[in-house]
Design a protein around this ligand. Structure first.
Ligand code: SF4
Length: 133
């Protein structure tokens, strides 16, 4: 499968080599990609073990009143987020009320959509990403 390396904003072109059971076997650079032109750094070549890591979240978690987390469906989690955002939104600028954190591991297109959601949808300029944390 041809895709984009998600480790940093360079966006190198890669092929993810998978077995019939969808196990990731390795990464191969795309020789025709405009950014990487057949080259990858060590993270791009070898950083795919997280895909099957047992510690990876497999479903949304909702924090409960006692501070613990419980698993939830995507529908329940997204309903809770929508309810919280609606109650936080005012009629004008929401920069002091709502903030979004995106990720340096997202593609440029995903971060563009996050910025659009923040500025046009939620009327907030409070948007940042994990590279500054
Ligand atoms: S291969 Fe390295 S330089 Fe290229 S996108 Fe991935 S992390 Fe960034």
């Amino acid at each position: 499968m041809e895709t984009i390396c998600g480790y940093c904003g360079c966006g190198c072109g890669i092929y993810v080599n998978v077995a019939d059971d969808d196990t990731v076997l390795g990464i191969t650079p795309s020789y025709n990609h405009v950014v990487s032109q057949g080259r990858l750094c060590s993270k791009g070549w070898h950083g795919y073990a997280f895909v099957r890591d047992s510690r990876r979240l497999a479903s949304p978690l909702i924090r409960q009143a006692d501070g613990s987390f419980r698993e939830a469906s995507w529908e329940e989690a997204l309903d809770k987020v929508a309810t919280g955002l609606k109650s936080a939104m005012g009629h004008g600028d929401n920069t002091d009320r709502i903030g979004l954190i995106s990720s340096a591991r997202c593609t440029n297109e995903e971060n563009f959509l996050m910025a659009k959601l923040a500025r046009a949808g939620l009327k907030t300029s409070s948007i940042d990403h994990c590279a500054r944390l």
